[in-house]
Design a protein around this ligand. Structure first.
Ligand code: DX5
Ligand code: ZN
Length: 217
């Protein structure tokens, strides 16, 4: 069970301290949402920020790119310190080529679908990626409500992915929803507003991990 706090919900005025708190709090990964204002209706942050936080954070950088042209930025993401890059099936470019480019840079590759895209469309790529991300909100903003109707996608992916593939969920994950996602087969949980801004990050991360483990099939 991997917990990947989403930096989008951090207080950017004291980012190093925020990242330190999740790292010390036992987070497994750091989820980094890059948005271009085109693929999704919001702009977050990009390479200069990732480059700046790399030396102050020892966590595995799980970079989720919500951008229209992923292939243009893969080499830059590597230079900035990304460990894994998850792009969207709905973005431009041949997904097989995007995966190949991510691997050629020595990073792990993930592929994601928005809520409206059937999981079956991922089938041709499942043997090539290390991670599949099922969005449980419309991508673009933190703090939205979990879409429980995405659970059949998780179940289908757990059946159809190679053993060992990380099955990640992102959007609306909190103490109330995480068990549902874990029971459907997810083993990596992005959590933004359920961790950042809370009193005790270690306590939140620990509670999420325990609830997920207890519900796992
Ligand atoms: C949404 C982002 C998420 C977001 C999750 O487009 O991909 O990673 O930060 O935030 P919460 O956990 O608050 O729903
Ligand atoms: Zn995300």
């Amino acid at each position: 069970m991997l917990i990947s706090p989403s930096m989008l919900s951090a207080d950017f005025s004291r980012l190093a301290d925020e990242l330190n708190r999740v790292e010390k709090g036992g987070a497994d990964w750091l989820h980094i949402d890059v948005m271009d204002g085109h693929f999704v209706p919001n702009i977050s942050f990009g390479m200069p920020v990732i480059r700046c936080i790399r030396p102050v954070c020892g966590l595995f950088f799980d970079v989720h790119i919500m951008i229209s042209q992923p292939q243009k930025y893969i080499a830059d993401l590597k230079k900035c310190g990304a460990d894994l890059v998850t792009f969207h099936l709905e973005a431009e470019g041949d997904p097989a080529e995007t995966i190949r480019m991510i691997h050629a840079e020595g990073m792990k590759a993930g592929i994601s679908v928005k809520p409206g895209t059937p999981a079956e469309q991922l089938k041709p790529y499942l043997d090539a990626v290390e991670l599949v991300l099922v969005m449980t909100v419309e991508p673009g903003f933190g703090g939205q409500s979990f879409m429980e109707d995405m659970m059949p996608k998780l179940r289908w992916l757990r059946e159809n992915c190679r053993p060992g593939t990380v099955l990640q969920v992102d959007g609306g994950i909190n103490r109330k929803t995480i068990a549902t996602a874990a029971a459907a087969g997810a083993d990596c949980f992005v959590a933004g507003s359920a961790v950042f801004g809370k009193e005790d990050y270690a306590a939140e991360i620990d509670a999420l991990r325990q609830l997920a483990a207890a519900a796992a099939r």
